[in-house]
Design a protein around this ligand. Structure first.
Ligand code: BTN
Length: 248
């Protein structure tokens, strides 16, 4: 059960807001950021009714079935490319610490268990007159969503399919500690190396849908700032910054 009382126990002194229902925790966190929220503040909710996903998609989970949070940070502009990586690595490690195997990353920042999506990540930045004011790092983890009979039955998974009766407040506290640690070291080579080591598709045939079309080939490498390098059917290296990747 997620509640203010339980979160006060697990998050201790960390500033947080808990909402039974909200449109999007990223929106609430963004307003709080602009209002002076300390770095590391967290907004979490039991239900989101206008949750956002990557590439303009919506992200929805029935009430009480997911861990949805937005984490406030104020990185240097040069470190922006690493915010999503920090989120992905923090979630990866938190899930591995539950004793689960088969946990990996699907470029850029989805977390998977045995090839099925368990977590999505959405960093959103805010600027004023060319100055970066901050970022909210939105994270949605499937904890006990029942995907049976849905379009996601074979592509998504919930943590409780592997480990029963998880305490979302405890999970949030574990994740928050890892977010603190990695967001304090955004430009560290170690973060990039952990992220790269977690990626499941390097060396494999892939198909990537981008705004300008589809690229098929072999995922050869990732660049330091996160771009994916794909060798296409003509042997030409293509650099992809954003898109949806699938096994080719
Ligand atoms: C994706 O997989 O496309 C990213 C999903 C991100 C969902 C989280 S839930 C908490 C935060 N608030 C939002 O509106 N979105 C993110």
């Amino acid at each position: 059960m997620l509640s203010v009382e339980r979160l006060e126990q697990t998050l201790e002194a960390r500033p947080f807001q808990y909402l039974e229902t909200t449109a999007s925790t990223n929106d609430v966190a963004m307003r709080w950021l602009l209002d002076g929220a300390p770095v590391g503040s967290i907004v979490t909710a039991n239900e989101q009714v206008q949750g956002r996903g990557r590439l303009g998609r919506t992200w929805y989970a029935p009430p009480g079935t997911a861990l949805m949070l937005s984490y406030v940070l104020r990185p240097a502009v040069d470190d922006l490319p690493y915010v999503g990586m920090a989120g992905a690595v923090a979630v990866l490690e938190t899930i591995q610490a539950l004793g689960m195997s088969g946990v990996g990353l699907k470029w850029p920042n989805d977390v998977q268990i045995d090839g099925r999506k368990v977590c999505g990540i959405l960093p959103e930045a805010t600027w004023q007159d060319g100055t970066l004011l901050g970022v909210v790092l939105g994270i949605g983890i499937n904890v006990r969503i029942d995907f049976a009979g849905t379009a996601f039955a074979h592509t998504a998974i919930s943590l409780e399919q592997r480990v029963p009766s998880l305490d979302r407040a405890e999970l949030l506290a574990q994740l928050a500690e890892r977010l603190d640690a990695w967001t304090a070291r955004l430009s560290a080579d170690e973060l990039f190396e952990r992220w790269r080591a977690g990626l499941v598709m390097l060396g494999r045939p892939v198909s990537i849908t981008t705004v300008t079309g589809t690229i098929t080939g072999t995922a050869e490498a990732v660049e330091r700032q996160g771009a994916l390098v794909v060798r296409d059917a003509h042997g030409v290296l293509q650099r992809v910054i954003a898109g949806d990747i699938a096994l080719g």
